[in-house]
Write a protein of this length. Sequence first.
Lengths: 138, 492
Amino acid sequence: MMDLLPLIVAKYNYWLYVILMMIGLYAMIAKNNLIKKLVGMNIFQTAIILFYVSIGYKRDATIPIIQNAHGGHDAHAAVIHAADYINPLPHVLMLTAIVVSVATFGVAMALAVRVYQRYQTLEEDELRMRLVDIGPEK
Amino acid sequence: MNNYPALIVVAPLLAALFAGLAAWIEERLSYPIALVGLAVSMFSAFKVLMQVIDSGAIQYRMAGWAPPMGIEYRIDLLNAMVLLLVSGIAFLNLIASYKSVDQEINDRAGSFYTIYLLFVTGLLGVTATGDLFNLYVLIEITSLTSYAMVALGDRDRGPLASLNYVFIGVIGASFYLLGVGYLYMQTGSLNMADVANILSGIHGSSTVLVAFILCMIGIWIKMALFPLHVWLPNAYSYSPVAFARIVAPLMTKVMVYVMIRMMITVFGREYIFETLNLADAVVWLATIAIIAGAAMAISQKNLKKMLTYIIVCEIGYMVGGAWMGNQLGMTGAILHILNDALMTFALFLAVGNMVYKLKTVDLIDLKGLFGKMPWTMTGFVLAAFSIIGVPPTCGFFSKWYLILGAFEAGAYHFAAALVISSLLCAVLFFKIFEISFFEPMSKGHGESHASVAIEEAPVSMLVVSGLVSLSLIIAGLYSGTIVNTIILPFLK
């Protein structure tokens, strides 16, 4: 137990993303309402986005804009240390992933609207009963 | 340097844009645009394949940025073959689709062709790309378009089936993305070749192990490996038949390609088969998938549903072959990507013809179908023989390689599963033949049994169906050539 605590504190970003991801996964599996499942899906995707954002971070580093790039006053301004800047690549990747997750969410919402228009409910157990009612499959 | 590799993917993408715009003006314009886009794509894929066979792998830099910074399309023998397969099937299916789209979803033909083109763009991009993150984005393009397509189909069940597909699809893609994140943490690169170089020095790392497992789980969900298959049967059988005909042969096969690409190019066979001790477990999983898929197929009463379970079974063949850990098994798996895509396509073309005439394809609807639709049924019989694995058809040869591979690896349970599932498929298809050949047409049609009028599907659908069914025999006869010029040089 004493060994575990420093481990959790040192890597708290990973623990947080895993917890968030499991909350999302739980909602997607266990919830009965389709909209709650969609919320769970969004939490799940956001957890992964946070994971990527956190792996780009470096201690004591600044945003990735090169300082004194345009011929500052001293000569060694041109020397750039990668350790001084956080890694922008995971953040840029996540811009794309956010676009993907927004698109997925939009499609899923549209489908939920269609389901609601057809069956007047979004509860899974009721939907299952309605499906039995409309008879054998085409 | 020519631009054919980019053109394969860009042509359908641009065509999708124009088809979507044209549908606003006049719905009928989008079909010829789609046809031109896919024809250009197929021609480019053919050119690329010839070029790769002649002079080896092509590296195409998107917009001229050098890898590992830029995104690279790396086309070797394996994906050149899959690219031609995907673009060819997409093009042929588009020809057959004109009539069935007209019948099934004529009020939304413009959107159908636009989404169709985007779906094909996604599949081709997944196959061509050499960048791990780009692969994720393209997988999501493919999935998003197929969610929309499934919802276009059966208006009662389609949206709900599609929504369940969204939930599982998102979990699959997210696992893959997470795996790529761990790979990036360890290697600092997203280019497949670059990552492979860096990984070869750090095989013991547990980060790499986590990355590998997450990527594989994500890909397995997307390819519907048993027990992660539950989304597939509903999604495929409720989608419009013109889409079911392309998603069933291609989607899962392209995901198998992605798995093989990750295994061979990114992680490397030494890592998977020497450092990790997972191969036996995965072959067992594949064995169970084969048996379970065949058993579930045999208990279905609807032809479309039955065929979707056969896909689950075939996925087991390919996964098992790829994880066998020897040359023969891998050859069988790659050859089966080609053969299974062709034979599933042939089966679904025949089913598409039946749906066009009969509307529903429960097994009892098929009575007397040999008399009514002789040409369709001929195509169906050829495709069924190929699935069972009757010698002159291509299905036999890939199964042969898989069984040889299983014996070499000592995986007798896998070989037994192959044989059992072939027998189960034989039982299942002969049941269909019996119903459609011997049982008379149901009374409802009010005609005398002696003179059943031939009522075939439209010529465009029949021609495509016939061509693809013949290609099963041709691919079977030339499988030696395919193995020697494409697969063995690739595996070397």
